[in-house]
Design a protein around this ligand. Structure first.
Ligand code: AKB
Length: 339
């Protein structure tokens, strides 16, 4: 018999570690199957059922999953983030788009065999937005899911396209076939703001100047922030991001009016992040040395996102506002990490 599992791709990233920690503490959940091109950190291995070291572009490997596992839910986290994707846009397309199509095909085959829908949970990003200019960004009220979706990065284009792919596979798959059949995919996506983790290191995202500043201060290292002090985007503490993924996955399908939801917690300028970091680490050496191109990317991301649809449909509510995020989670946990 096939083992019933929850599949997590890209599990060795920041969100993956948080998700594994949370899932491993929950009762009556299927075993966690991890697929990551780098495997999984040793400390995490005891918290999952099995670790597959492999590439989401390896369709032969993906084909074997179906014969060995009954996949109940897929958390598809594997991606090249915005900065890396700008240096290797064609590789980003392959990983971020073709990789996602490959996993959608696994989900279709899985649903066909089991006769039950497969939940496909997909983290999208504030990078899916593209504000036309700084004036519009400053004047705009919190941006809803369907406004200003004109991304200027390959990563943002990839995320936005995969949002639409998921909506197509869920509602319109092979609609002209002789006997139209539902794909069996229950695609659900969260458009995340910049995520800040205290327990894992940032991995080069364009929104990572927040966590990079914090970790550098805690290590006693100088940090030159690559955006201006007035640069404002939305952020969220990692525990809220993990809980949002799990709550969306658990929401009854009939309560969901859309396949993609904004979730957010707090927005603040980079200069105010520096003030909070200096208050916690008085010897912090933080300077601002804007990188024109990276600054240009962050300037296209909205200052605030409107997450009212998530609050209305499935009761989303952040637990970590700005104060709690910094004073109860980030600063004490990061301080302890480098003590
Ligand atoms: C990145 O900065 O690339 C990511 C994102 C905004 O999705 N953290």
């Amino acid at each position: 018999m096939r083992t019933k599992v929850i599949l997590i791709t890209g599990a060795n990233g920041e969100v993956g570690h948080g998700l594994i920690e949370q899932l491993s503490s929950m009762k009556n959940m299927p075993a966690v199957l991890v697929l990551d091109i780098r495997g999984l950190e040793p400390a995490m291995k005891s918290k999952v059922g099995e670790v597959l070291v492999g590439d989401i572009l390896d369709t032969r490997l993906l084909g074997t999953l179906i014969s060995e596992y009954e996949i109940d839910t897929i958390y598809h986290l594997a991606a090249l983030l915005s900065t890396h994707s700008e240096f290797r846009p064609e590789a980003a397309h392959r990983v971020n788009v073709q990789g996602t199509v490959n996993l959608l095909e696994v989900a279709i085959e899985q649903a066909r065999i089991s006769g039950r829908p497969v939940k496909f949970i997909f983290p999208s990003s504030v990078a899916a937005y593209g504000m036309p200019d700084l004036e519009t960004k400053k004047k705009a009220p919190p941006v809803s899911e369907d406004q200003f979706t004109m991304p200027t990065t390959m990563y943002g284009c990839n995320k936005l396209y995969c949002e639409h792919l998921g909506r197509y596979y869920t509602h319109y798959y092979r609609q002209l076939a002789d006997a139209p059949q539902r794909s069996g995919i229950d695609f659900r996506s969260l458009r995340f703001p910049g995520l800040i983790s205290a327990t894992t290191l940032p991995t080069g995202g364009t929104s990572d100047y927040g966590p990079e500043m914090l970790h550098a201060a805690a290590k006693g290292a100088p940090y030159a922030c690559f955006v201006r002090p007035d640069t404002e985007i939305p952020f969220m503490a990692m525990p809220d991001a993990i809980r949002a993924l799990l709550e969306l996955a658990a929401a009854p399908r009939e309560t969901l009016s859309r396949t993609v939801y904004n979730v957010t917690s707090f927005s603040l300028p980079a200069g105010e992040i520096a003030d909070l970091v200096r208050a916690a680490f008085p010897s912090a050496e933080i300077t601002f040395d804007p990188h024109p191109q990276r600054q240009g990317i962050v300037d296209t991301w909205p200052a605030q996102m409107d997450d009212s649809a998530a609050r209305r449909d499935w009761g989303w509510q952040p637990h970590y506002d700005l104060q709690r995020a910094f004073h109860e989670y980030l600063i004490p946990t990061i301080r302890q990490r480098y003590a």
